[in-house]
Ligand binder design. Structure first.
Ligand code: HEM
Length: 554
């Protein structure tokens, strides 16, 4: 794109030509204008990384007289639109393939999404540099995130006092070890309901086949509704109107945030709203406001009663916590809605998506499943139900979950990108302010120089025998080791990671202790590991499995 001064110059020439009234001269100016645009586009496009990078280098060199430093290698894509195709479909795989073509691209690769400059790394050291840097503490806010008011919630709020206050409140009241331990009973109730609902399904239908996702998504949604709004449902009964509405809201929001919106990168397209992003956000927001606003009002009314002395024993959920904030931390209703809505939104699908991948791998690798069953029988006991405190002793199951996070990270590009707020050096290159930065965690976890035989499903790689095993957690997953950091790293890493790990570990242990998970057809096979990348990377075909009660059988 030409800088504003150039635009004004061309417009001035054209208007002068129009005023002088000579059609030939006007046509001549128009032709010169078109040729100049084409030449400028081609010059910009010719730079490594494509048009957005070309524009940056040309304007910097011409406008500011700054000598060009070594350009970051990367594909040029097409003139004007750049490499938009890389971000469609399975973007993590396409970006990994593009980085493979040149060794230096794996460390840092530049590409253009229309007018947006992007860098991506597939190298653990550069990833650490990038995620730990204070210059990358912001996120680029997409039109859909603005439209859905997420810039007022933790995930997209700019790095600063407001964001810090939100993280502090969430860490203290939702994600602290004490809170996670306190909500174990809730997860146990939902796990039991899930087992009962699966048992009912398999005993009332001719074939004992379950579509795992249906149960997992409802269970996750109910879990997060309970923590955040204090609402309780029963998985054995059909969804209430309220739960069905919330599910529809979450699905629509997921779809909007997960899609590649062309006008985020080609702002001149924004006025046309070709993908209907703005229209859909505008339709969704009043529904979310009504839904969450009603719940806040109910909590306020309850607070009033509690203050009047009628209900002092009420258990605090996250809505109560936000309502009780005072002074500088106090939130407006609009901000509160954004924060609560984001928690529901973030907490629901990620957990369900990960558990579905774990179950799929265990259906496919029956030998691994047998080892998990042996461990459960040894640690928990065949006649006992799993408790959440058992999961700390289930070392093999933990290794299975880590191996699934390695092979199928739910956020293969760490879900939400970062934005450079100042010029910064990363991986030996200058990354200018305003550049979007991504880490391709999927490429790192599939890199044979980082993980031997990376496509093999081998949980044993996380089990170290001997003294080293006791000394350290082999490859921690919470963000300190960038070889496997599915929850991100640095100041904007996932605040819900401990809660997610506790939930996934306990629910998988329960589902495995209660059932044998077998392929849907007796001939074996039938597990399709194809992926689809929305906001998370999910199984494209929902997992179907025959579940056979185990504890009666032993
Ligand atoms: C398997 C489950 C989960 C995975 C794989 C996951 C992954 C991630 C990733 C990769 C990020 C971006 C990190 C970065 O930029 O470095 C993130 C951010 C975030 N996650 Fe999670 N997440 C999970 C569960 C949860 C849960 C259960 C919650 C809350 C209930 C949650 C809330 C958030 C929030 C609020 C952010 C934005 C943080 C910020 O920008 O400051 N996540 N998550």
């Amino acid at each position: 794109m030409a800088p504003p001064t150039e635009d004004c110059g061309w417009l001035l020439y054209l208007s002068l030509a129009a005023k002088c009234g000579d059609p030939h001269r006007l046509l001549g100016f128009a032709a010169v204008f078109v040729v100049a645009c084409v030449v400028t586009s081609l010059l910009h496009w010719a730079s490594p990384g494509g048009p957005a990078w070309g524009w940056y280098w040309w304007t910097r060199r011409a406008g500011l007289g700054i000598v060009r430093t070594a350009a970051i290698p990367g594909p040029r894509g097409l003139p004007v639109v750049g490499s938009m195709a890389l971000m469609t479909g399975l973007a993590h795989r396409k970006l990994a393939a593009a980085a493979e073509t040149q060794a230096s691209r794996r460390r840092l690769m530049a590409f253009s999404l229309g007018e947006t400059r992007v860098v991506v790394t597939a190298d653990p050291d550069v990833a650490r540099e990038l995620l730990a840097s204070a210059a990358f503490a912001d996120r680029p806010v997409k039109e859909s995130a603005y439209g859905l008011l997420f810039h007022r919630a933790i995930g997209f709020a700019p790095h600063g006092a407001y964001w810090r206050a939100l993280r502090r409140v969430a860490s203290a009241h939702l994600f602290s070890p004490r809170q996670i331990a306190a909500s174990a009973a809730q997860r146990a109730v939902i796990a039991r309901q899930m087992v009962d609902a699966m048992t009912v399904t398999t005993t009332t239908t001719a074939a004992p086949v379950v579509v795992a996702r249906r149960f997992l998504k409802r269970a996750s949604l109910h879990n997060v509704m309970w923590s955040v709004f204090g609402c309780r449902y029963d998985l054995l009964t059909a969804d209430s109107e309220e739960a069905a509405e919330l599910k529809a809201l979450v699905d629509e929001g997921y779809d909007l945030l997960g899609q590649l919106n062309w006008s985020d990168h080609l702002p001149w397209l924004a006025r046309f709203d070709l993908q209907k992003t703005r229209a859909r956000c505008s339709a969704l927001v009043p529904r979310v406001n009504r839904f969450v606003g009603d719940i806040i009002d109910e909590h306020r009314a309850r607070h009033g009663l509690a203050l009047g002395g009628d209900d002092t024993t009420a258990v605090m959920d996250f809505t109560d916590v936000l309502l009780s904030l005072q002074g500088d931390d106090k939130l407006s209703d609009a901000d509160m809605i954004a924060v609560l809505w984001e928690m529901i939104f973030r907490g629901t699908d990620t957990v369900a998506v990960l558990i579905e991948w774990v179950l799929a791998r265990l259906v496919l690798h029956q030998d691994v499943q047998s080892k998990v069953h042996d461990e459960l029988d040894r640690v928990v006991g065949p006649g006992q139900a799993v408790t959440e405190s058992d999961t700390a002793s289930l070392m093999y199951l933990q290794a299975v979950i880590k191996e699934v996070l390695r092979l199928h990270p739910p956020g293969p590009l760490l879900s939400w990108a970062r934005l450079a707020t100042s010029d910064v050096h990363v991986g030996g290159h200058l990354v200018p302010a305003g550049t979007t930065a991504m880490v391709n965690m999927w490429a790192i976890t599939h890199d044979p120089s980082v993980w031997p035989e990376p496509t093999e499903f081998r949980p044993e790689r996380f089990i170290v025998m001997g003294p080293a095993a006791a000394a350290e957690d082999v490859v921690p997953i919470m963000g300190s080791d960038l070889r496997l950091a599915p929850f991100g790293s640095g100041r904007r890493s996932c605040p819900g990671k401990s809660l997610a790990v506790a939930t996934v570990g306990f629910w998988v242990a329960t589902l495995l202790h209660e059932f044998k998970w077998l392929p849907p057809s007796r001939g074996g096979g039938g597990v399709d590991l194809s992926e689809v990348l929305r906001l998370s990377c999910e199984m494209a075909a929902p997992l179907e499995a025959r579940v056979v009660p185990r504890r009666d059988a032993v």
